[in-house]
Write a protein that binds this ligand. Sequence first.
Ligand code: NDP
Length: 329
Amino acid sequence: MTEPVNVTVTGAAGQIGYALLFRIAAGEMLGADTPVRLRLLEIPQAVAAAEGTAMELDDCAFPTLAGVDIFDDPVKAFDDVNVALLVGARPRGAGMERADLLEANGGIFGPQGRAINDGAASDVRVLVVGNPANTNALIAASNAPDVPATRFTAMTRLDHNRALSQVSARTGTPVADIRRLTIWGNHSASQYPDLFHAEVGGRPGAEVAADTAWLTDDFIPTVAKRGAAIIQARGASSAASAANAAIAHVRDWAHGTPEGDWTSAGVWSSGEYGVPEGLVSSFPVTSDGSGEWKIVEGLEIDEFSRARIDASVAELAEEREAVRSLGLV
Ligand code: NDP
């Protein structure tokens, strides 16, 4: 039998964790032939709730689930981890300044980065979901000097999927026939969903984007503010769609993106498209199944896109400055 893959999920007792764990255990992330051992990390107050989730996981009797362990210590939770999903984060409280939020998250993602550095398996892959995801990934990567920085990624796949769905609804094209959409920049309201390189039912995305009123007043803000709209409608933040996106991100990273298509992920910049080196920014990316994301290079960026990419990247650079001045990276 194949050796189980160790998958650590932080914030396991939260909403996203509850939507995520059962699908990972069922084999939807790494495949029906790959057994997984789940390692759940929670803060001490939430360990009892995580135990309840673990009981339900047991009760599913998933053939692919090789075991569930629960921890409140990151050093133990990340020991020998192959895939780490960093979901738990400090939410922005009422009246909390951005610097306070970044500092609180530095206290979570710094130690987690160090624990990954010291204990993870040599093939570890990390996806940060907890917000501010890009900068949390940067903090974790900066605290793991022995792990290649390219192994730390931030989730923009939900934004990507939201963009797909909006284009599908607008054009009547099935999502399966829409390819090469891109989310650029930060997973925040400044993100830029780019249609100009897409293909929509065989048509160039630029034709769809030619309706600039729809593009600027509807499509871009709808994608960027979708999370807030869901909170307003549901009375709770998106959880199932975020979990679905996390699974898709890791699945494509491990098994590859479809030929002729790409997806979006927050990855370590080496200076591509003028994004300063060492920022974790969303780019168009492919994977060939060898477990490395590759940034799609050589796309022509027009003035409209350039201004929006630059604005979102400037926000990432500001966040980096803020965590630098706090000594977190
Ligand atoms: P959720 O499970 O709903 O969300 C977890 C994180 O994911 C938040 O930072 C949230 O950001 C982020 N997120 C990213 N993308 C999305 C999206 N599209 N929609 C919604 N959320 C998104 O939070 P809960 O409060 O239910 O659970 C968090 C859990 O984490 C708690 O059980 C808590 O105890 C735990 N925790 C664990 C830590 C650890 O393991 N060391 C540290 C801190 C917390 P946003 O806040 O912006 O919505």
